[in-house]
Each structure stands twice: as structure tokens, then as C-alpha cells.
Design a protein around this ligand. Structure first.
Ligand code: EPU
Length: 416
């Protein structure tokens, strides 16, 4: 297992190229099951979760070539199953459920268990499919869904769910009749998927609003798509510039996807300028404590809560951070406290009293974004921080140590 060693205290300067978004790429790859043919995707990030999705598609019979662009040939799908071994390492595997039932009339997908950030049920995915006429049963830890042909339905999502919206949108694309999803997710990754589905021949309206209407068609055709830039990766590097009091130019971003984060970071004292697809971020020597509540897009993303908390750990007063999406997404708190942060946790609220400095320590986290927050804290801390279990980081941040080292961080990966 690898770990990262970070000697903190160096202001970061330079340019960082933002990669394609993991959470946009995964549903696009699952969507390839909707149409037999050669699907091609550019700007796919090289990440562990992407490799897991490729293994899953290959297990089903897809032929994948991952070169300058990713090509997925879905002409010979023979297995309609997502096995436990793959689903347990990546919950997003559940995204194959909608496409398989819609296209092949059957799917067997391991039920994801709870995970480090919360219970994360998929009841809304299943209820939506049932409303579209699927018979859904739980057998030996697997969801087994069957339908001759799904039919359009009016589906109210009790809670905003990103992959739930994506799964049902994909299922609806091949259903007979019209499906309306109420209280749908508005995340840019959902919009990107809708754009690819439309390119494949789907009829989708209302994307970006909370009501999405999908008029089902008989067939879809494989096409090409370029994955949107990763807004969470970009936002993480924005914090890296601020927490080290440095100056970073983030190249190839979509600033319109970063609105809530940009506003909060400006309120926290960072100087942020936007030029087209480049976001320039500078520290101004002082971090202002500000509160934040996580919300579905366009609100402040839960996927940035941990990283924002590292910044607030060095704030000039007290910040109140409320996690409203996942009930247990605070694994980073105890680790940040080991680095000298002053944080009190009560239910879904963290009260962060800024301290003058953090000190390097051995730390580890059990999820992706929590691990990123520890790297950020390590970049600002005095002395050496050892971040263990970095396979979590490798799930979602492309070559993070190279990107950081290229802008001056003293960071290296070593084998434990
Ligand atoms: N929920 C239910 N029932 C459902 C579905 C969701 O109760 O059937 C609840 C969840 O338990 C949670 C809330 O609804 O409390 C929102 O969950 P959502 O379904 O939106 O999360 P997700 O689709 O499983 C995606 C991202 C996550 C990101 C969340 C929230 C992907 C592959 N994953 O997860 O990304 O945190 O949306 O924005 O898109 C990450 O990248 O680190 C990550 C965890």
C-alpha cells in the first residue's frame, strides 16, 4: 500500500490542468449499455474508479480500449450482472441497473452496502424502476429487476439523488412513453449524461431544472462525448492555493460549475479571477472564517465539505459547517484534530475554531474527499504529514502528487 509524505508550508505557484470529471465519466460509461455499438469518450480521467467501471463492463462482455480516447464496444453483451466484488469497491456500479433493464429487460446488481459516509440506500432508484413497470426483487444480496419493456411514469424523487436521477433517466430513454422525474438532480454531471443520451437519439427536456421529461424511443445509437472538467478536483486545487497562501492558475475548468464554491472561497478571503476556462486563485495572507451548509447543486457540494473544513481549520475566528447530504461524512474531523485543528462535532454540525497553525502528523481517512482534506491540511502544516490509505485518493484525483509537486509542493508517494 502506498502513502503520501508531505512537507508542508510551501506556497504553491503555477498552473494545474484540471482532469475530466469522475462522476460524469462513470454514468457515461454505464450509458454505453443502452446502445450496441462503439462508444467513444475523450477526456476520461485515469482513475481507479474508472478502471473498476471498465472491469464491470468487460465482465458483461463489452470490449474496451483505453488509449488517447476510451472506446467501449457494447455489441456483444452476454452477462447482465454486476457482481458483489465490483460493487463493493465502487457504489457507482449501480448505474448499470437502469440501462440493463431498459435495454435487455433484466439486471442483477449487487446491493451496495453502507459506506464510510453514510447508509446510502438505493430505494429511490428501485422505486422509480418499479413505477416504470419493472419487477424488482432482492435475492441473496442482489437486486434482480425484470421488465419486458419499461413504460413511462411520473416519478417524484423524495430526495434529490444524483445517481438515482441518472439511472432513471437512462432507463426512461428506452421506455415506452414519457417519463417525468420530479425533484430531479441538477448537477452538471446529470446534464452531461443527458447531453450524451440526446446525442444517442434520446428525447430529454428540462435538464438543469428539477423536472426532467424523457420521451422514450425504440433504439439509441452509439456516439462520442467529451467528459466535462472535474469541478470537485478544480475546487480542491482552489483550496490548495488559499491554504498555502499561494497562487494557482487552474486550466480547463468550467467556472459556471464552481459558483457556490467560488463565492464561499471569496468570502474566506481568497482572491479569485475568472478568464474564460481558467480560474486564478490567490491567498491574501489571512483566512476568514465563514460558515457553510452543503446542498444539492447549485448549492455548496458535499464533495467539498471536508476540503473546506481544512481551510477553516486555519481561519481567523469560528466557522460552522453543516453537512446536509450525508449523515456521517465527518471522518476527517478526528484526523484534522490530530494535526492540531480545533473542531467540535455535534450531529451533522462541525464547529471549527481557527488555529494559528497545523502540525504534520500521520493520518488516514476512509473516503476520497476526506483524504483530499488531509492532503490540503498537510500542505499547510508545519513539518511532515503522512497520509495513509491513499488508494481512496487514487479513486478520484488523477496523479495528485505529480500535479501538486509541479506547482512546488514537497510531496512524494512511497510504498509502506
Ligand atoms: N438517497 C436515498 N435513497 C436513494 C438515493 C439516495 O435516501 O435511493 C440519499 C443518500 O443516502 C444521500 C442523498 O440521498 O443522503 C443524496 O445521495 P445521492 O444519491 O445524490 O448520492 P450518489 O448519487 O450516491 C453522487 C456522487 C457522490 C456525491 C453525491 C452527492 C457519483 C458517482 N457519486 O452519489 O460523489 O457525494 O452524489 O452529490 O456521482 C465522491 O465523488 O466522492 C462522491 C461520494
Amino acid at each position: 500500500m502506498d502513502k503520501l509524505l508531505i512537507d508542508g508550508g510551501v506556497p504553491l505557484h503555477g498552473e494545474v490542468h484540471i482532469s475530466g470529471a469522475k462522476n460524469a465519466a462513470l454514468p457515461l460509461m454505464a450509458a454505453s449499455l443502452l446502445a450496441p455499438g462503439m462508444h467513444t469518450f475523450s477526456n476520461i480521467p485515469r482513475l481507479r474508479d474508472i478502471r473498476t467501471m471498465l472491469r464491470l463492463l468487460e465482465h458483461m462482455g463489452a470490449v474496451c480500449e483505453d488509449e488517447a480516447r476510451l472506446a467501449i464496444d457494447t455489441r456483444h453483451i452476454h452477462t447482465l450482472e454486476a457482481p458483489y466484488e465490483l460493487v463493493k469497491t465502487m457504489r457507482a456500479s449501480v448505474l448499470v441497473l437502469g440501462p440493463l433493464v431498459a435495454r435487455y429487460g433484466e439486471a442483477k446488481v449487487s446491493l451496495p452496502g453502507g459506506c464510510a459516509i453514510g447508509a446510502r440506500p438505493i430505494n429511490l432508484h428501485l422505486k422509480g424502476l418499479e413505477q416504470m413497470g419493472a419487477q424488482v426483487q432482492l435475492e441473496h444480496g442482489y437486486v434482480v429487476a425484470r421488465a419486458d419493456r419499461l413504460k413511462g411514469a411520473s416519478i417524484f424523487l423524495d430526495q434529490v439523488t444524483v445517481t438515482g436521477t441518472e439511472n432513471l433517466m437512462m432507463a426512461a430513454a428506452l421506455a415506452r412513453g414519457t417519463t417525468t422525474l420530479y425533484n430531479a438532480a441538477k448537477e452538471p454531471e446529470v446534464a452531461a449524461l443527458a447531453e450524451y443520451l440526446s446525442r444517442m437519439g434520446a428525447c430529454i427536456e428540462g435538464v438543469g431544472s428539477d423536472t426532467i421529461t424523457v420521451r422514450g424511443v425504440d433504439d439509441l445509437t452509439a456516439s462520442h462525448f467529451t467528459v466535462i472538467p472535474d469541478r470537485i478536483e478544480a475546487a480542491t486545487y482552489m483550496v490548495a492555493a488559499g491554504i498555502t497562501n499561494g497562487h494557482l492558475k487552474l486550466v480547463h475548468c468550467r467556472p459556471e460549475h464552481l459558483g457556490a464554491v467560488t463565492e464561499k472561497l471569496k468570502a474566506a478571503g481568497l482572491v479569485i479571477e475568472i478568464h474564460g476556462e481558467t480560474v486564478e486563485v490567490r491567498g491574501n495572507g489571512r483566512i476568514v472564517s465563514v460558515g457553510v451548509k452543503t446542498r444539492p447543486f447549485p448549492g455548496f457540494p458535499t464533495d467539498m465539505q471536508a476540503q473546506f473544513m481544512s481551510l477553516m481549520a486555519l481561519g481567523d475566528a469560528t466557522s460552522v459547517i453543516v453537512e446536509q447530504i450525508f449523515e456521517n461524512r465527518f471522518m476527517h474531523v478526528l484526523e484534522l484534530k490530530r494535526m492540531g485543528a480545533d473542531i467540535e462535532l455535534e450531529g451533522r454540525t462541525a464547529v471549527v475554531k481557527g488555529v494559528a497553525k497545523l502540525s504534520g502528523a500521520p493520518v488516514m481517512a476512509t473516503d476520497l474527499r476526506a483524504s483530499a482534506s488531509l492532503v490540503l491540511a498537510g500542505l499547510a502544516a508545519e513539518g511532515t504529514t503522512e497520509v495513509h490509505r491513499i488508494y481512496h485518493l487514487d479513486r478520484g484525483y488523477e496523479t495528485i502528487e505529480h500535479k501538486l509537486a509541479a506547482v512546488g509542493a514537497r510531496i512524494r508517494r512511497v510504498r509502506e
